[in-house]
Design a protein around this ligand. Sequence first.
Ligand code: UT7
Length: 320
Amino acid sequence: MTLRSVILGTGSYLPEKKITNHDLSELLDTTHEWIVERTGICARYIAAPGEYTSDMAVEASRRALDAAGLSAQDIDMIILATSTPDHTFPATATRIQSKLGISKGFAFDQSAVCSGFVFALATADTFLKQKMATTALVIGSETMSRILDWNDRRTAVLFGDGAGAVVLQAQAHTDRGIIGSLLRTDGSGYDELYVTGGPSTTQTTGTIHMNGREVFRHAVNRLGEAVEEILKIHGISQEEIDWLVPHQANKRIIDATAKRLGLPDKKVIHTGADQANTSSASIPLALDQAVRDGRIKKGDLVLCEAFAGGFAWGSNLIRM
Ligand code: UT7
């Protein structure tokens, strides 16, 4: 009996505080015009003092469970994609498990930075098909604001905080669910985008350092390949795709990928203007927004893609 991992519900959470480009231009040598022209970003949400990655993840998870019509007690696997855990260890996913009142199954964190959700969805899909669990929460949650150098205009304007989650359940006799995933890394890009601290190196948390131009160049090329390759592997044509749900790093990167797929902009979910780059949270945030506003419907074919530090990139094909 073939099992498929079906998305039963989506949920997301954004912190209350919103910072616009105009707000940032009062702190940094930057302008609204520069940020919009180079990235498409107009605003971002920032977690409140004392509001953690786990808190946002729990809120997004509760909303996803509500949408799925399930309770926390139905969950026997939690995978949290994050680069901003509450603590260095243990896994923040175990804290989420505890905050949701779940005491069965297992929970762990997965790190692939901005590609974290794509990797976590692929991992959850494999585990469900192996019958290691029956119903999963797959979450992307990030407090990127805590690892930014707020004096560095090259990175401070790009990121935001937030969380998104999906409830994924193993089901038989269905055409819905994850059709496949494609995961890639190339460690030769490690120094192009990294956080300057770490327990093993500096014993500090550090801040984001990025060679933006180089990352941009790789992102456009690798994402184009990643979306074409996954379609080829699964024998699906570009015309069959209903929605592209991309990682929201830069509108210009998204536009280049959509162009390569021949997809009109109306089939692309954009959230970057309002939310900026929320790293692993950006795809589930975008997915949830488009499900809730009625654009993405049951049966639609969705293609997700992301590019990240590492370099790490990939894609998921999902029948909703
Ligand atoms: O999510 C993980 C993956 N991340 C990405 O995919 C990000 C990829 N990279 C990018 O999105 C773009 O490279 C950036 C948005 C980061 C930068 O855009 P760019 O068009 O590549 O600009 P640049 O880095 O080439 O900088 C152009 C100029 C520089 O000035 P000079 O050297 O030409 O005088 C920068 O110093 O823009 C300057 N600059 C700024 N000016 C105003 C850089 N940041 C700012 C800023 N405001 N915030």
